[in-house]
Ligand binder design. Structure first.
Ligand code: SAM
Length: 248
């Protein structure tokens, strides 16, 4: 057994674990450092429905279990609100499939719009220090359809192209009670929110997936701009999500 593995095992046997130290850094004027909360309540470990869906989608997502669980829980609480669901930034369909599966269990049976260019990230600007455009193009609409079919989901519509620019007609009359924005860059995320917000009822939620990550620094800039708006409650979840609640 290689020395590294042996050392890890020996330290593990003593009840400790070693992990690589992530350095803190300043990106775009904002401080990023490892976040390690002390809380231990872990309801995802008792939730067999979540566990079995997460197991099916985990190889099709870049999103960790904690954020996936939060999506699962939030979606599950939105049955009382009118409106459909929207995800922009689908990639290989992992979080989209999780949302579809959970939405299907709601009495309101919302349709989930799943939107992606399937050609990678677009609208990167000089605000986005780690993106230039075209990242995450290693997917296809077919990959997403196969994942959804495997989970037995039929409550979705896939919109291929830049959102909202290419889909104004298809969704202009829609209302949304839940919007998941996972597009990595400032301008793309802003355009999605500007489109969706007037179409959302009071109490509806927006989740920005990328808020807490230094590679997606443009999203922290954007969410910061919403912090003083009187119609928004902004929640910074330490798992990396930012959540907006529509309050007026
Ligand atoms: C990080 S990936 C999404 C990850 C996915 N939610 C998961 O479960 O891992 C970001 C995706 O956003 C898409 N994207 C970015 N801006 C977009 C836009 N304005 N319209 C449609 N798709 C967009 C990219 O093509 C890319 O697939």
């Amino acid at each position: 057994m290689p020395l590294k593995q042996l050392t890890k095992r020996a330290i593990g046997a003593l009840g400790y674990e070693i992990s690589r130290r992530v350095k803190s850094k300043i990106v775009g004027g904002k401080h990023y450092a490892p976040v390690r909360p002390f809380a231990t309540y872990s309801p995802w470990l008792d939730n067999s429905d979540f566990a079995s869906v997460y197991d099916r989608i985990k190889t099709n997502t870049l999103v960790d279990k904690f954020r996936c669980y939060e999506l699962w829980e939030l979606v599950g609480q939105l049955g009382h609100l009118p409106g459909n669901f929207l995800e922009v930034g689908v990639w290989r369909g992992g979080t989209g499939a999780l949302i579809c599966h959970r939405a299907n269990c709601l009495p309101s049976k919302p349709t989930v719009y799943l939107c992606d260019t399937f050609k990678g990230v677009c609208k990167a600007t000089d605000k986005d220090l780690s993106y230039s455009g075209g990242e995450h193009a290693d997917t296809s609409e077919q990959d997403v359809r196969e994942l959804l079919a495997g989970l037995g989901c039929e409550n979705f519509k896939i919109l291929t192209g830049i959102f909202p620019d290419d889909h104004l007609e298809a969704v202009s009359k829609e209302t949304f009670s839940f919007v998941h924005i996972d597009v990595d860059v400032y301008q793309s995320a802003k355009d999605v929110l500007n489109f969706a917000w007037p179409r959302m009822p009071v109490g509806a939620l927006v989740v920005f997936d990328d808020f807490g990550f230094d590679t997606c620094n443009g999203i922290a800039i954007l969410v910061g701009e919403y912090q003083r708006d009187s119609d928004k409650l902004v929640i910074h979840n330490l798992n990396g999500h930012a959540i907006l609640v529509k309050t007026a």
